[in-house]
Ligand binder design. Sequence first.
Ligand code: TTP
Ligand code: CA
Length: 370
Amino acid sequence: MERVIVHVDMDYFYAAIEEREDPSLKGKAVVVCMYSNRGEEGGAVSTCNYVARDAGIHSAMPCRKARSIKPDAVFLPVRKEFYEEVSESVMEILHSSADKEEAFEKVSIDEAFLEITETCDGDFDKAQKLGMEIKGEVKKSERITCSVGIGPNKLIAKMASSFNKPDGITVIRPENVQEFLGAMPIKKLWGIGRVTEEKLTEMGIVTIADLADRDVMELIDAFGKNRGTWLKQSASGIDESPVKERTSSDQIGRMASLKHDTRDEKMISELMDELVDSVMSKAVARNVVFGTVTTTVIFSNFKTSTKSKTLTHAVSDKDILNRNAMEMMQQFLRESTLNFRRIGIRIGNLQERTGQKSLFDFYGVNACQH
Ligand code: TTP
Ligand code: CA
């Protein structure tokens, strides 16, 4: 069966979050700036919304220049930790749509690949439907948009997601890969930078189709074996690299929606059991113990709240995880009258397990909340 790969890229991510948080920004140019230690005078544009882009502002431009182009734009400082929280919620949604646990690859704060071959039986019509559902769920839960690309491999999925932005979806079926790539200029091929582009242009290669038509030996002569072969394959739309989890992460988290919005503790506890099982099986597979437990609730009005607890010793114990998680859920229930829409659990401060688990099965102090 042909693989079906999805690439999701959030639209003008940091600026979109700022727009969401402050409805008065709607329609205005919003520029998120990374200020340097020289204060507001230094610094570069991290990103900006599409109103600001239409005026000519873009990432990495000096903030001072952006200000001179559009003095009436709203300039905001980067709030990285906050964006990371939003990113985690988005990633939970994307992860839960993948074929299986391992079929998910977070690429950056606002981009991920997921494989859905089994979920859609290799059928690209079903894949398109699932892609729309993913977009809908992200929009509903986080109130920001993303662009989705679907194709038979990561290369095509990645190029498809940037084909129609913002809030787009592009599905490239295997039989349309050549047509999709062919007419594009070579600089659009994922992985081609300015230096390669210049060299290819000197060789008379302008479009991706030109590159695909070149003899592989000629490309190897010019770029070496690995790069030459890669250029030929990519231009032909071939990419066999797997979607695979990057395991360097120091956290393992899961989030899921309740069957309907509720405050019923039994329903919440049943779903939490499933999430705890899933997180624990991953911790066991990675052979790690955890030192923190974090829970998240997304309420019926889409507001998100998080609580964390630092354990006295790192453990790997399902009951401890479950007990801590449910204590936090009860606290959430006491603090708000709203229904719960989604709940999540995350373990952090992961360390390699050294055995003798029972020695360290203490838990409980240093509770902190935010
Ligand atoms: P991108 O996905 O490159 O950009 P974007 O999400 O803002 O816009 P687009 O709709 O075109 O996808 O980057 C994701 C985030 O990473 C972006 O919101 C801010 C941050 N970023 C920087 O801080 N500096 C940069 O130079 C770039 C390119 C991104
Ligand atoms: Ca993006």
